[in-house]
Design a protein around this ligand. Structure first.
Ligand code: DHB
Ligand code: FE
Length: 283
């Protein structure tokens, strides 16, 4: 069986990509942010996952407002990074884990999740930025990816409980795969931000810090929150945080928080990251 070796949550703010592209990562403004990711880069080097299951939302790039799937899964051999309007980025394509992805789709449907199945898919900053933060700029990405896209941009978005349940089903699906790949789950989005309306620029540092501290040991309170609560507490786009619940739901009941990092403001957001590992059975 394939094994889930851990879960990482991270923001995916597009200005992070712009900072890397412009060579600003070592500037006084950006260094504290990027330094916070060094433990995650080291964790990846130490644990060497084979496959990253990346939970993210498209931002009107692969899908537009005319057609938005609530849930979509990529089953391609390769996913090109999408040009979001600033020109092509110097990133290699992301290799897909095609057969493994089809197995996940089959098991999702078996367990009453019915995704849009994407044989072709370009991926935006929701996947690009986490991959760059965790793996740098290699010539070839060291992991294959399974993109899992959740609608968080046009209401109604799915419920927190549904995201948790999706994580549980993914765990069973991953563990029922025949061969022995090491799988890491990446939950992306957030933290608090609102890009529009009268609360544009809203950041809730206290709630962000609480989220980072509690998503490992006490996820229940975040399952009990409604979608409206997420908008209220984290901002309309901060509701992207529901995708971290997929990652958390895929891990065991008890987890260890290996590292967390918070920086605000980054662009117009609170930005953060957490590394979670399954607690050893019985501990
Ligand atoms: C921005 C966009 C995002 O998708 C996000 O998650 C955070 C910030 C932005 O445009 O600033
Ligand atoms: Fe986003």
């Amino acid at each position: 069986m394939a094994e889930i070796i851990g879960g990482l949550g991270t923001s995916h703010v597009p200005s992070i990509a712009a900072a890397i592209d412009k060579g600003l990562a070592d500037t006084a403004e950006w260094k504290p942010f990027f330094d916070g990711y060094l433990p995650a880069r080291q964790w990846m080097l130490d644990h060497k996952p084979d496959i990253a299951v990346v939970i993210f939302n498209d931002h009107g790039n692969a899908f537009f407002l005319d057609k938005i799937p609530t849930l979509a899964v990529g089953v391609a051999d390769s996913y090109p990074p999408i040009d979001e309007g600033w020109g092509p980025r110097a990133l290699p394509d992301f290799a897909g884990a095609r057969d493994f992805s089809w197995h996940l789709v089959d098991q999702l449907v078996e367990n009453h999740f019915d995704p849009l199945v994407c044989r072709e898919l370009e991926v935006d900053h929701g996947l690009q930025v986490p991959m760059e933060l965790f793996f740098g700029r290699p010539e070839v990405w060291p992991v294959q990816v399974v993109p899992i896209l959740v609608n968080t941009i046009q209401y109604p978005i799915p419920t927190p409980q549904r995201m948790w349940d999706l994580g549980r089903v993914l765990r069973g699906a991953i563990e029922s795969w025949a061969t022995h790949e090491k799988v890491v789950i990446l939950g992306t989005g957030g933290l608090s931000h609102q890009l529009q309306g009268s609360r544009a620029g809203f950041i809730n540092r206290q709630a962000d810090r609480a989220w980072l501290a509690e998503i490992g040991p006490h996820p229940d309170k975040y399952l009990a929150m409604s979608r409206e609560d997420y908008v209220e507490v984290f901002g309309s786009e901060g509701a992207e945080l529901i995708m971290w619940l997929v990652m958390r739901g895929a891990l065991s009941e008890t987890v260890r928080t290996v590292h967390s990092h918070y920086c605000a403001p980054v662009s117009m957001t609170g930005a953060g990251m957490v590394i979670l590992e399954n607690a050893v059975a019985g501990s």
